[in-house]
Write a protein that binds this ligand. Structure first.
Ligand code: BGC
Length: 553
């Protein structure tokens, strides 16, 4: 398909930026970020070049899972603002050409949600069947997502003597998707936010959401996702669903939908976890293999690429030995690990703040076919908080400048939602303001990557081919359309390397889009006649080739 025919599939080429309103910018000095603060920062995000905000949960919540425990789907946590501020923020974002998607957390509610409060009052409550109840926990219960914090996924409700399902924390009872009334509630929630201008949803915990969807009448659980997709399409043709499905590529296929579309985009957890294995080993080969095997999906659907997100860096899709290699390299202290599967650190400290390795990592992110997703603070290489914050260690306040509280808030430090890191990753060393003035900063590099990505549509739209670089340390991949071919080469090792890509687009006109050594002249950076490409340690290069101009051009 010609990209020109797909302009309403905006999510295929979006540059996502995930943030928590609570930790982004405080406008009134109460120590919590808020929508008025975010609205003021949209121009900074626009300057970076991102095209879509992903807002983490902002609804009223007891905040026992950082807002992923929603107590009211139709309003805003009072400390963050009100619906008026949300709409204003969306309008400002739209005005700058930035779309806004939000988390849709409907696998469960908070146990303080009025539905659950009513449901647990009596077995006869009209809300009882909104949740999943059993007289006894099943013998083969699904394991908990948070081992060490929860022992089981079934909790006894003393008053009514039955157990309820909670895939996550015990204060997050799972909704019963098999109940048509629950499905209708979810549709209303979606319809509400679409009317307020939201452009789509990051659907939380999709496989868990579907586990109850088939029971008890055993309809196909995916019918729910198909319904949801049709509903979103009817209400807002250009809205999209981005799903969190942390499974293998093959398993993810069914969530794109087999008989009809389900999710429009899915995070590529395999690529992310494998990339960390590659960073740990100084080798590209595992990622080359994973990408070569990544299934093709329909042109209207795609992958959301990321390195770090707001959760632990889960390594659950790696083998035990591979996971251990990543732990040894990036989280040797057991306190930096969580649930036996993940790391609670941000990328910059994991890579020792080494600018060469950070640039390699982000160059890779923006060169892989898919829609790149940044987690706030990545653009300046923010560090994490103390490990006692566990998963929230990566959710510290945004560092805007070198002043008080990093420009996040004027409140007393003790009143902040979360503290700021101290030492080398503190705001006096790592902040947006300084980096926007420094041509060699990470912020500048990321803004350049975004601009290159956005002006090279063949990256997200093209056919992916992993080339044989002949060197385990180097990933060479191309994305091509009938006219244009994009080639990226990344050296994961500290040693300089020379790889041969014989015949790579010989005779065509080559443009150097990006080069870690700073060369942009084809005679220095393009492959020589033998197709040899030389890269520094952790070096990378982006090239574009097109047919040579013809006489009548
Ligand atoms: C989110 C987590 C959250 C969990 C429960 C997820 O997968 O990413 O942050 O704790 O869902 O809602």
């Amino acid at each position: 398909m010609n990209p020109a025919d797909t302009s309403d599939l905006w999510w295929r080429t979006a540059v996502f930026y995930c943030l928590d309103v609570q930790t982004f910018q405080d406008s009134d000095g109460d120590g919590s970020g808020d929508f008025a603060g975010l609205a003021r920062r949209i121009d900074d995000l626009s300057a970076l070049g991102i095209t879509c905000l992903w807002l983490m949960p902002f609804q009223p919540s007891p905040d026992l899972d950082d807002g992923y425990d929603v107590a009211d789907f139709y309003s805003v946590a009072p400390a963050l603002g009100d619906l008026g501020r949300v709409v204003e923020t969306i309008r400002i974002a739209h005005d700058r050409g930035i779309r806004v998607v939000m988390d849709l957390v409907v696998n469960h509610t908070s146990d303080r949600h009025p539905w659950f409060v009513a449901a647990r009052r009596s077995k006869k409550s009209r809300y009882r069947d909104y949740y999943v109840w059993r007289d006894k926990p099943p013998r083969k219960a699904q394991p908990t997502v948070f081992p060490g914090e929860e022992a089981t996924t079934w909790e006894l409700d003393e008053r009514t003597g039955q157990y309820f399902l909670h895939s996550f924390y015990r204060h997050q009872p799972d909704l019963n998707l098999a109940n048509p009334e629950v499905r209708a509630e979810i549709a209303r929630i979606i319809g509400f936010w679409l009317k307020l201008g939201i452009d789509g949803f990051r659907v939380d915990a999709v496989p868990y959401l579907l586990t109850t969807a088939g029971a008890p009448n055993e309809q196909d659980p995916h019918s729910f996702l198909r319904e949801l997709h049709r509903f979103v399409g009817r209400r807002a043709g250009s809205a999209m669903l981005l799903g969190e499905v942390a499974l293998t590529h093959e398993e993810q296929l069914q969530y794109f939908g087999e008989s009809a579309p389900e999710l429009d985009l899915q995070f590529d957890f395999v690529a992310s976890q494998t990339a960390f294995l590659c960073f740990a080993r100084g080798e590209a080969e595992p990622l080359a293999r994973a990408l070569a095997a990544r299934p093709q999906v329909d042109v209207s659907q795609g992958w959301a690429m990321f390195l770090r997100n707001h959760d632990e860096l889960s390594l659950a899709l790696l083998t035990d030995d591979e996971r251990q290699e990543v732990f040894d390299a990036f989280a040797p202290d057991p306190d930096q690990q969580v649930y036996g599967r993940g790391i609670i650190r941000r990328l910059a400290p994991m890579l020792d703040g080494d600018p060469r390795r950070l640039r390699l990592a982000y160059s890779l992110l923006f060169s892989l076919p898919g829609a790149p997703v940044l987690f706030y603070g990545e653009e300046i290489g923010m560090g994490e908080l103390d490990t006692s914050f566990v998963r929230e260690a990566v959710r510290g306040p945004m560092q805007w400048d070198a002043g008080r509280n990093g420009g996040f808030s004027t409140a007393r430090a003790s009143r902040l939602t979360r503290p700021l890191p101290t030492g080398g990753y503190g705001p006096e060393h790592v902040n947006v303001n300084d980096q926007r003035r420094d041509p060699d900063s990470l912020w500048m590099f990321i803004s350049e990557l975004i601009s290159r990505y956005r002006s090279t549509p063949v990256i997200p739209w093209g056919r992916l081919k992993v080339l044989d670089s002949g060197d385990r340390r180097v990933l060479a991949h191309e994305c091509s359309s009938d006219e244009v071919t994009f080639l990226a080469v990344h050296n994961f090792s500290p040693e300089p390397v020379t790889v041969e890509l014989p015949g790579w687009d010989a005779g065509r006109e080559i443009t150097v889009l990006l080069d870690s050594s700073g060369h942009t002249a084809p005679d220095l950076a393009a492959p020589d006649e033998a197709g040899r490409v030389r890269l520094d340690g952790y070096g990378f290069r982006w090239l574009k080739s097109a047919p040579p101009p013809t006489d009548h051009d």
